[in-house]
Write a protein that binds this ligand. Structure first.
Ligand code: C5P
Length: 240
């Protein structure tokens, strides 16, 4: 059970939409929500201005750009993303320890330049769109769960602040990574909500109980007739 402020702070609203809709949602949620997620679709079209749009409405930003390139490039990319206002930034565990360490160096440099809190890094382990066959097709023959655990440990050991994983993996990942890791979980549905294309889901309360630090929730809020009321209902669930 969370306090009201903890509950608000635990929810990241995924803005998978165009800028106009994102601004409308941000206006409706500002003062209530703390976090939004800006992904590649929105960022590649509108650029850093979309992050400014959110921050000027008092919202913090999870910039989900899933960085993956050579270490030198990732240092620059993480530095740039941090300067443009990302509070949390995603990076691919598959890029390896050297790449993640340079990503960490990039966000540290940016924090030293602009002052304030350092951008937190969260690593993607295995994309949830991949199954064992898809992994085997790229040469990974280990069990999927072992691959997830290996990449999660590698990423956090190399300087990532945490990982992104499904709520079903949250308890194992919390046990593996310890109490300080930032564990961000998409695939969350309030009881009775439409699943859409999500298959392995947990309720918000169950995901937090399993050890998630933050929940990425999109359509149950953004497609609701009253997004602010849908958000408040999830806050209530996390407080009870
Ligand atoms: O609308 P919905 O709540 O399903 O949105 C979940 C968000 O989390 C989307 O932005 C989606 O891209 C993201 N995500 C996911 N599953 C993952 C990783 C990210 O649904 N494994």
């Amino acid at each position: 059970m969370l306090s009201e402020q903890e509950a608000r702070d635990a929810i990241i609203i995924a803005l998978d939409c165009d800028r106009e809709t994102a601004l409308d949602l941000a206006d409706k949620l500002s003062g209530k929500a703390v976090w939004v997620k800006v992904g590649m679709t929105l960022f590649y079209r509108y650029g850093p201005v979309i992050v400014d749009d959110m921050r000027s409405r008092g919202l913090r930003v999870f910039l989900d750009l899933k960085l993956h390139d050579i270490p030198f490039q990732i240092r620059g990319a993480a530095h740039s993303a941090s300067l443009c206002g990302a509070d949390i930034l995603s990076i691919h565990g598959l890029g390896g320890a050297a790449m993640i360490a340079e990503g960490r160096a990039g966000v540290e440099e940016a924090a030293a330049e602009r002052g304030g809190e350092r951008t937190r890094l969260v690593a993607i382990s295995v994309l949830t769109s991949m199954d064992a066959d898809a992994l085997a097709s790229i040469g990974v023959t280990d069990e999927l769960s072992s691959e997830v655990a290996r990449l999660a440990s590698l990423a956090v050991g190399a300087g990532s602040d945490g990982i992104v994983c499904s709520p079903q993996e949250a308890a194992d990942m919390r046990a593996l990574l310890g109490p300080d890791a930032l564990i961000v979980c998409p695939g969350v549905r309030p009881a009775g909500a439409e699943l859409g294309d999500q298959k392995r889901v947990s309720t918000p309360a169950a995901a937090i109980a399993a050890g998630a630090s933050k929940l990425v929730i999109g359509r149950p809020i953004t497609h609701a007739a009253d997004p602010a009321a849908a958000f408040e209902a999830i806050v209530e669930e996390l407080m009870s």
